[in-house]
Design a protein around this ligand. Structure first.
Ligand code: ADP
Ligand code: MG
Length: 451
């Protein structure tokens, strides 16, 4: 009885198609104390249902039978409880169902959209040089969707640099204003929905649903590379929406022209609106992000520690955040202040992984290749600009990307003094601020070394 009621609720919430594709196959397993087990025929289904509906299932069970605190999802094996038996087990729980208000299905109504993370807002996004353009574009689209020149908005950049954050921020802002309907989903989810629609012979419905939104956001589009049918479907959806004056926002790890493996006509259309690159973070931006997160946590973190982290973890804001969170959790748990020593200790494993990433030799090799000089010139005494400048860049990158000290770096560059390295670092920093082309060269090298 409980289960039947939950099923019918799920059916209204997620829609008939979704329900038939993913949820209908669930059978009841045993109840053990406060835990109920639900069975699915395959591992894939189990993982999918767990990822997409796990929380909702827990909530529904909790409101049907408050004694149930956990819902476990398992792959059914031969010999699992017969469905009849398990239902009996459930109804034996001498708990009367509580009257609960109709579940809030407002959010679930548009069963295309993945939920937006309320933490990812424009306010919580720290703006710096590397992301200010992408940020401004995102803001603009949130204020005035479908403006000429901003459709589609294509955001791209490396992992963990804030693409998803900005997309959610656009979505939340628009939803808050209540003016338009927004659907956000990963390209992966787009594919699964599409496959599910084909399987249940409801592609028409899928298309109609997609084409009825005002703003469609697809995250991590690179996932569609090699998935030709899904790409085709996305292409048509894309055209239909743009032609109808709706807004598209797409993210990927590369620019449209670099997304090889994506159909040409799709690539061309993706590049037709606004293309905004989120560059690798700078030291300054990393510090600002850390300061904001430390402040929000309420745990005092010394500036020295923030600087240390910003120096060591350079690639990915998610990892930077993770490291800081671990420090804060540790401080809270043991009631000890955050210090540099504690940081090195608590983050031992993370720091080690980051050290391993790039070696000075690799940096020297890449930099000499890039400017077409001999590798030996990295340690030679030659002072000609054509050689000295790349050498300075290599020193700069060694300081940024490895945890070697200035004297150690100096030694690897033909036994130079640490003040020479220091000078190189400030010279390159200065040049990058003045000369955009040079800054891009250095960023490119950094990216290549980090990937
Ligand atoms: P991506 O989608 O580009 O891989 P995310 O948007 O998931 O990256 O960002 C990873 C994490 O880093 C998120 O928790 C996000 O909030 C955080 N983050 C990234 N950039 C910023 C920023 N500029 N300010 C604040 N948080 C950020
Ligand atoms: Mg992302």
């Amino acid at each position: 009885m409980h289960w039947a009621r939950i099923c019918s609720r799920l059916q209204t919430e997620v829609g008939e198609v979704e329900y038939r594709t993913w949820l209908k196959q669930i059978t009841l397993g045993p109840v053990d104390g406060d835990e109920i087990t639900l069975m699915l025929p395959t591992r894939f289904l189990r993982d999918w249902v767990r990822g997409q509906y796990g929380d909702r299932l827990s909530n529904l069970w909790g409101s049907e039978i408050p004694a149930i605190r956990r819902v476990e999802l398992q792959v059914s094996r031969a010999g699992a409880l017969a469905p009849g038996a398990s239902v009996a087990t459930v109804s034996e729980l001498a708990v009367s169902p509580v009257e609960v208000a109709a579940p809030s299905i407002v959010e679930a109504r548009n069963d295309l959209a993945a939920p937006l993370d309320p933490r990812y807002t424009f306010d919580s996004f720290i703006v710096g040089k590397p992301n200010e353009f992408a940020y401004a574009c995102a803001r603009r689209v949130a204020e005035k969707p479908s403006s000429v020149g901003f459709n589609p908005l294509f955001l791209y950049g490396g992992v963990g640099l804030g693409k998803t954050h900005l997309m959610h921020a656009i979505g939340s802002e628009l939803v808050r204003e209540g003016k338009v309907s927004v659907a956000y989903m990963s390209a992966e989810k787009f594919m699964y929905r599409f496959i599910a629609a084909i399987r249940s012979q409801s592609t028409m419905q899928f298309k109609e649903q997609l084409r009825s939104v005002d703003v469609l956001m697809i995250d991590d589009l690179q996932f569609l590379i090699g998935k030709d049918n899904t790409q085709e479907e996305f292409f048509h959806t894309f055209n239909a929406l743009v032609d109808a004056g709706r807004q598209i926002v797409v993210s990927a790890d590369k620019s449209p022209s670099d997304l090889s493996g994506l159909e040409d006509r799709l690539r061309t259309r993706l590049g037709c609106g606004m293309v905004a690159d989120i560059h690798a973070t700078t030291f300054e931006l990393r510090i600002s992000i850390l300061e904001a997160k430390a402040l929000a946590s309420g745990v005092p973190v010394p500036a020295k520690v923030l600087e240390f982290l910003a120096h060591k973890i350079t690639t990915n804001v998610r990892e930077l955040e993770g490291a800081l969170n671990r420090l804060i959790a540790h401080a809270n748990l043991f009631g000890r202040p955050v210090t540099l020593e504690a940081t090195q200790d608590v983050l031992h494993d993370i720091l080690k992984a980051h050290d391993r990433r790039v070696t000075i030799e690799e940096i020297q090799r890449k930099v000499s290749e890039h400017w077409n000089i001999r590798l030996t010139d990295m340690s030679s005494a030659r002072r000609a600009r054509a050689v000295a400048r790349p050498r300075q860049v290599a020193m700069y990158l060694s300081k940024q990307l490895t945890s070697r000290s200035l004297p150690e770096i100096g030694r690897k560059f033909g036994n130079r003094d640490h003040t020479t390295v220091m000078h190189a670092v400030s010279r390159v920093t200065e040049l990058m601020e003045r000369d955009n082309a040079f800054a891009e060269d250095v960023e490119l090298l950094r990216r290549m070394l980090e990937s």
